[in-house]
Design a protein around this ligand. Structure first.
Ligand SMILES: Nc1nc2c(ncn2[C@@H]2O[C@H](COP(=O)(O)OP(=O)(O)O)[C@@H](O)[C@H]2O)c(=O)[nH]1
Ligand SMILES: Nc1ncnc2c1ncn2[C@@H]1O[C@H](COP(=O)(O)OP(=O)(O)O)[C@@H](O)[C@H]1O
Length: 219
């Protein structure tokens, strides 16, 4: 994609793709928000993680996750195929490298729906490219209600997710932005605002250096 907002009639330069990293306790709404954000911005790519957890009803392999056996997952760790990986809720989750490097090289933005451990690794590996957003639920009672209403997990699994919610929330200060997902449309609007403002940051427009150099030679 080219330099949105910073492009003009004189020069239109390419910008770097950004890594839009979303974390939240399970059930706060990051999957729904990231899917809607991408529907509104078709040039944005979603990073599809690999996992050893079982697919939920309606989840599609290669679309929601790459569902792998533990053996296959460990082979990919050994082969260095993940940007980062972590154990969450007793299952392995990892971010495959290939498609992301391709997208970023093309200047496309990538959305990651990963936990605080993965967010930390990505931010350390690519501090200039990473934008971290933490999504908070309005209350833990509403978080539980959302997990129950989603009708995807057993009571036991919901209990485990609620137990881990505070561990995830404890990391909220490591994030650049915090979005409270109370009213869904408002939260989505805030996510779009963050994305669009971040796209305009000077560091994402390396072409500006040459442009300003030329500009200064005028007259
Ligand atoms: N580190 C890391 N975490 C991931 C990855 N994919 C998913 N997760 C996290 O694993 C947790 C569980 O995901 P999931 O089982 O789909 O449940 P969800 O919380 O309802 O989305 C969530 O906190 C996700 O953000 C990944 O590739 N890396
Ligand atoms: N602002 C909101 N108000 C009410 N329900 C919501 C809101 N945002 C998401 N949900 C619902 O809560 C449930 C959990 O959302 P989901 O995106 O699966 O969360 P996560 O990916 O963080 O686990 C889903 O059924 C979703 O439709």
């Amino acid at each position: 994609m080219s330099g949105d907002g910073l492009s003009g009639p004189v020069f239109r330069g390419r910008r770097r793709g950004l890594m839009f990293v979303l974390s939240s306790p399970s059930g706060a709404g990051k999957t729904t928000l990231s899917k809607r954000l991408i529907a509104l911005n078709p040039d944005v790519v979603l990073s599809i993680s690999a996992t050893t957890r079982k697919p939920r009803p309606g989840e599609v392999d290669g679309q929601d996750y790459f569902f792998l056996s533990e053996k296959a997952f460990k082979q990919k760790i050994e082969a260095g195929e993940f940007y980062e990986w972590a154990k969450v809720f007793d299952h392995y989750y990892g971010t495959p490298k290939g498609p992301i490097e391709e997208a970023l090289d093309e200047g496309r933005d990538v959305v990651f729906d990963i936990d605080w451990q993965g967010a930390r690794v990505l931010a350390e590996a690519a501090p200039d490219d990473c934008v971290r957003v933490f999504i908070l639920p309005p209350s833990l009672a509403l978080l539980r209600e959302r997990l129950t209403k989603r009708k995807q997990d057993s009571e036991e699994i919901i209990r485990g997710r609620m137990q881990r919610a505070k561990d995830e929330i404890e990391h909220w200060q490591e994030y650049d932005y915090v979005v409270l997902n109370d009213d869904f449309s408002r939260a989505l609007e805030k996510m779009s605002e963050i994305l669009h403002a971040e796209r305009l940051k000077r560091v994402r427009h390396p072409w500006l250096e040459g442009f300003v150099e030329e500009l200064m030679k005028e007259e």
